[in-house]
Design a protein around this ligand. Structure first.
Ligand SMILES: [Zn+2]
Ligand SMILES: [Zn+2]
Length: 341
């Protein structure tokens, strides 16, 4: 089959011909890829940023945002059948460790990560297991939802936490109206009663955020902290979901947070610098967020099937992977780039 592989770092990916993956264990599921999302992480892999962390042996097939159709299943697989449309949770998890038993898939102690440390989805077929496949509604196309497997899941995981700790009428500030922010806004409007205030430096992104459901859009122009305080009677927001996490976003975001408010860190890059006396005297909380669980992905697919969460995508043939990566690198992709074998 055709597959796009990492053959070295600081060099381009290579389209090559490798054997199709086969069922090796009783819980294995082979998926015919219908769409593989092209992610900024793929660029970072080629830059060598993951070389030490993943320890993956080269060459291997890249691509960690995958959806498609079940092609073959092991003897013990009962939750999906050949032909089912599925999206793949990004991790292959053991199901037996303490984290797995809590449903906390991301912290599985024995996981592998297709596209990062084993063969991924820039290919015609991929091997995963029964635990990682989420069946999707007939109305959904794998290529349309593939990118929700990572970027969408991460946004869902964070804002679903915010939805659980807020009440209707509370205010949630979303910092960053990019790809993750757009998913986050749609999810908040679908599952919570909060007033969504979106903040971004880019006026066009703010405009689009309001179009897809944000209650208030604020362009970061130096008056934005005051604008949030004005919208909240001077108290600040009950929740801030920060999809940026760099360039001063955390300092500003914390200034918008109400007493006893929750600060959800999703984007990253800078240090959080807060006097501890401010943390105890206001009882504010900082909450980290890493991808999401299998159940998060299933819930997100429910919202997608209901038409409440949609994602703009630009499709490329698998052979045109280099064009897709170049377009992503140059900021030319509208929404998410998807490779379709
Ligand atoms: Zn990704
Ligand atoms: Zn586990």
């Amino acid at each position: 089959m055709k597959a796009v592989q990492v053959v070295g770092y600081h060099t381009t990916l290579q389209l090559t011909d490798i054997p199709e993956p086969t069922v090796e264990g009783p819980l294995d599921v082979i998926v015919r890829i219908g769409g593989a999302g092209v992610c900024r992480t793929d660029l970072h892999i080629l830059e060598g940023q993951w070389e030490e962390k993943s320890g993956v042996a080269l060459p291997y097939t890249i691509g960690h945002e995958n959806a498609g159709w079940v092609h073959a299943v092991g003897d013990a697989v009962t939750n999906v059948a050949v032909g089912d449309k599925v999206i793949l949770h990004p991790l292959i998890t053991c199901g037996l460790c303490r984290a797995c038993r809590f449903g906390d898939d991301v912290h599985c102690e024995n996981s592998t990560f297709p596209g990062i440390d084993v063969n991924g989805g820039y290919a015609e077929y991929l091997r995963t297991t029964a635990r990682s496949v989420v069946r999707i509604d007939d109305s959904l196309e794998p290529a349309d939802v593939a990118a929700l497997a990572d970027a969408g899941l991460t946004a869902y995981h964070a804002v679903a936490k915010a939805a659980k700790t807020t009440r209707p009428g509370d205010v949630c500030v979303v910092i960053g109206a990019g790809g993750l922010g757009h998913i986050g806004i749609q999810v908040l409007k679908a599952i919570s009663g909060v007033t969504v205030v979106v903040l971004d430096r880019n006026p066009a992104a703010v405009e689009l955020a309001v179009k897809i459901g944000a209650d208030h859009g604020i362009v970061a122009d130096g008056t934005h902290i005051q604008q949030v305080l004005d919208l909240t009677g001077g108290h600040g927001a009950e929740a801030v979901v920060d999809f940026v996490g760099e360039g001063g976003a955390t300092r500003e975001g914390i200034a918008m947070l109400r007493r006893a408010g929750n600060y959800y860190v999703v984007g990253y890059g800078e240090n959080i610098d807060v006097p501890t006396i401010d943390v105890i005297s206001t009882e504010i909380n900082f909450i980290g967020n890493l991808v999401g669980s299998y159940n998060d992905l299933q819930e997100l697919m429910t919202l997608a099937a209901q038409g409440k969460v949609t994602l703009h995508t630009t499709r490329y043939r698998l052979e045109d992977f280099q064009q897709a990566l170049d377009d992503l690198d140059a900021g030319r992709v509208r929404g998410r780039a998807i490779l379709v074998p």
